[in-house]
Design a protein around this ligand. Sequence first.
Ligand code: SAH
Length: 426
Amino acid sequence: MLRHLISKIKATGPISVSEYMREALTNPVTVCDVTFLQFPQRDSRLLTVVVLSQGYYVRNNMLGAEGDFITSPEISQVFGELLAVWVISEWMGAGRPKQLQLVELGPGEGSLASDVLRVLGQLQSVLGGASVSLHLVEVSPALSRLQAQSLTGTRSQEADSEDDPVYRQGRTDGGLQVSWYRCLEDVPRGFSIFLAHEFFDALPIHKFQRTKRGWREVMVDIDPDNQGQLRFVVAPSPTLASTTLVQVDETRDHVEVCAEGGVIIQQLASRVAEEGGAALIGDYGHDGTKTDTFRGFKGHQLHQVLTTPGSADLTADVDFSYLRRVVGGGVACLGPVSQRTFLKNMGIDTRMQVLLRNCSDLTTRQQLISSYDMLTNPTKMGERFHFFGLLHLSRFAKPKTATGLKLEQKSPAQLPVAGFTDMSFS
Ligand code: SAH
C-alpha cells in the first residue's frame, strides 16, 4: 500500500488526507504495481507485477481481542439489547408501521445486529406481526462473510453478478431476510430504522490549517529526507476543499471535516423525512470543539497514521456539530448525549442488576461488572462516546386538541424519545 501511494504521489503530486484515508482503509481492489527491471548488459527489460494489499477494512477482521480495537457491541450483549429497545420504541413512536427495515451501516462482526435481532425475536408479541428485514451496508467482503456466518449460519449466498446491488443475501434461523449492500443508496426505500456504530469515525476526513494567508489544506507527500516514507505538508495555495468545507466563522486553527460523513447523514435525513423512521449514530466525537484527532490503531496501541498504511485502523473523532449543520431542517436532531447518559436512560443499570441476580458464576459476574464499567465509566467509554439521533418531525408534532366538542377527546401523548435527555431541533 505504501509503494502504491508513493507511486501515486510521484505521478500526480501530494494527495489530500481524505484520499490517503480512503486508499488505506477501503481501497477495494488488490493493487498491482507494475515495474520494469532493466538488464543493460543484455539490453532487455523484465516486467514485474507486484500485487499489493487492499485497504485495511476490505481484507481484515480488525475487531476483538486478537485485532486492533474493541467496540461496545463486542464488549457486552447488553449494549445491543438496549439499542434493540430503542428501535422498538421508535417503531412504536412512529405508529407501529407494518414493515420495518432495520438498516445497519458498518456492522463489523455482526454482533450488534445479532443482539438486536435476538431481542426483536423475544418481543414478537410487541411487534404484533410487523414484517422485519435486516439490511447491512458493508464495504468489506471479508467482514460480510463473518457477518453472514454469525447471522445466517450457512443460509446465505453471494450474488451471481457483481453488478447486483444486493451482493449477498440470506436468512436467519428465525426466517428473517438479511441483505448486504456496498452503499446506502442501494438499500431499498421504505420505513427504516438506521443504526451506525463506530461507522462515521472510519470515513475519510479532510484536514485544514489556518495560516497567515488563510485556510490551507493539509496534504500527504513523500518525505524528501526519506523517499520511502510519507509526511504531512500544507498546500501552498487554496484547494477546492479548503475553499468550500471550512466555515466562514470558524474559530479553531485546525479543523477536520468529514465530507463523506456529511453526504451520508444527508442521505439518512432525506430518507427519514420522506419515508419515516429514525437513525441512531453512536461514535466517539465532539461538538465542533476539537482540532487534531486523526490517529491510527494497531494491536490495541496507538499507531502513527502515515506508517505502514493499510495495516492499521485510521480514525478521527466525529464532529457532531458538522453533521447537525448539514442535516438541515427536514428532520429533528437529538443529542449528542454521552454514552453513559444514553445507556443509563435506556435502563442499563436495571438490566445489569437482572443479569447479576440470575448469575452465580463468579467469573461471569466479574465480566458483567467490568463490561458495565467499560461502557459507562466517564474515564473509559462513558464520556468519550456519544449518541446522536435523527427523527421524523411528526414524532414531535403537538397532539391536536379537539375544539367544539362537549366531551374533549384526549389525544394520545407523544412517547418520549428513549435514551436522550437533551433535545434540539435543527
Ligand atoms: N459497527 C461495528 C464495527 C465498526 S468498524 C462495531 O461497532 O463493532 C467499522 C465498520 O464499518 C466495518 O464493518 C467496516 O468494514 C465498515 N466500513 C468502513 N468504511 C465503510 C464504508 N465506506 N462503507 C461501508 N462500510 C464501511
